[in-house]
Design a protein around this ligand. Structure first.
Ligand code: AMP
Ligand code: TRP
Length: 332
């Protein structure tokens, strides 16, 4: 069976950037690729590359799990699991480090950005993180990996590592392909629209959380930073704020930029913002209702157990095979 693999870090509450750029895309992909088995996981090992409060981390893991389900993923052909519950992820990461060059990791832009932000003591795991990610993907011989634009470089590295291993020991890994959505691939901050909307942004006003209530959502969108030009036109360079709101609107309604521009041609920023807020609120309502249901039941735990059991078997086998191929241990 062919596989699709992706993960999300449990770092802070989920915002509409991650939703539109990632989770909602998974839901659509389940329809487009009905023959593929999906491995979607909560990348908690990735989260601890930066120190976290353990209570908060545990809460976020659970919240993310519930949100995955609340966003409408179908349970058939889906294994949802927590990365750290399958030790093969850590094991594969080490093995792949033996096939990754320091120079390659030094070129990763996300590492450079994150390392710069850290005031002191950059953990070596922040540096090797793309190898852990490569392992997440290669363990399951993923054919496709749906991710946002910002993960493209990590995917390219994953492909290089896979090809290098295949060259060294013979065909072993499937070389994965990225699946990057066209709309919603990059939702920007509401107050600094030249920066991506991020879970780790210091400004809470920069984002809309999936679990924010209606009043907050409306307030955030109405106070989103725009320009003084008053025309609703998509222009990322000169009008990043309005362009971002058009992207959000289009990602939710599935309408093209041209259609949106035409509809709001004679409208004020104020009334366009209200329209954006309306569609966001409507989109999130059913998700929030379903979330409440899931978080108060044991549905999530049962599904995570099932996911772990299914994924773990495949992952353990892959590590054992690679150990053997590399001459580790005693088995002939
Ligand atoms: P993260 O939240 O960084 O763990 O990312 C999870 C997935 O969501 C990745 O595939 C990211 O590329 C995607 N993602 C995160 N933030 C955004 C955003 N602001 N716009 C679009 N996609 C995003
Ligand atoms: N590094 C990804 C991010 O920050 C999350 C992630 C971890 C991932 N492992 C993965 C995504 C494997 C896709 C496949 O967004």
């Amino acid at each position: 069976m062919k596989h699709i693999v992706s993960g999300i870090q449990p770092t802070g509450s989920l915002n509409i950037g991650t939703y539109l750029g990632s989770i909602r895309n998974f839901v659509k992909l389940q329809e487009s690729y009905p023959e593929h088995h999906f491995f979607l996981f909560i990348a908690d090992l990735h989260a601890i590359t930066i120190p976290r409060d353990r209570q908060a981390l545990r809460r976020t893991i659970k919240e993310l799990g519930a949100l995955y389900l609340a966003c409408g993923l179908k349970k058939e052909k889906l294994s949802l699991f927590i990365q750290s519950e399958i030790p093969a992820h850590s094991q594969m990461a080490y093995l792949l480090q033996c096939f990754t060059y320091i120079g390659e990791l030094e070129r990763m832009t996300q590492y450079k950005e994150k390392a710069q932000k850290q005031v002191s003591g950059v953990a070596s795991s922040l540096f090797t993180y793309p190898v852990l990610m490569a392992g997440d993907i290669l363990l399951y011989d993923a054919e496709y990996v749906p991710v946002g634009e910002d993960q493209k470089q990590h995917l390219e590295l994953t492909r290089d590592i896979a090809m290098r291993v295949n060259q060294r020991i013979g065909e072993f890994f499937t070389v994965p392909k990225p699946l990057i959505p066209k709309v919603g691939a990059r939702i920007m901050s509401l107050i600094e629209p030249d920066k991506k909307m991020s879970k780790s942004d210091d400004y809470i006003k920069s984002r809309i959380l999936l679990l924010d209530d209606e009043v907050i959502i409306r307030k955030r969108i109405m106070s989103a930073v725009t320009d003084s030009d008053q025309s609703i036109k998509y222009d990322k360079v000169n009008k990043p704020g309005i362009s971002n709101l058009i992207t959000i609107y289009g990602a939710i309604t599935n309408e093209s930029i041209e259609v949106i521009e035409a509809r709001f041609k004679n409208e004020s920023y104020q009334s366009f913002k209200k329209a954006v807020a309306d569609v966001v609120v409507e989109e999130l309502k059913p998700i929030q209702a379903r979330y409440k249901e899931i978080i108060n039941s044991n549905e999530l735990d049962a599904f995570l157990d099932e996911g772990r059991l299914y994924a773990e078997k495949i992952a353990m086998k892959k590590v054992a095979k690679l150990n053997h191929k590399l001459g580790l241990g005693r088995k002939q």
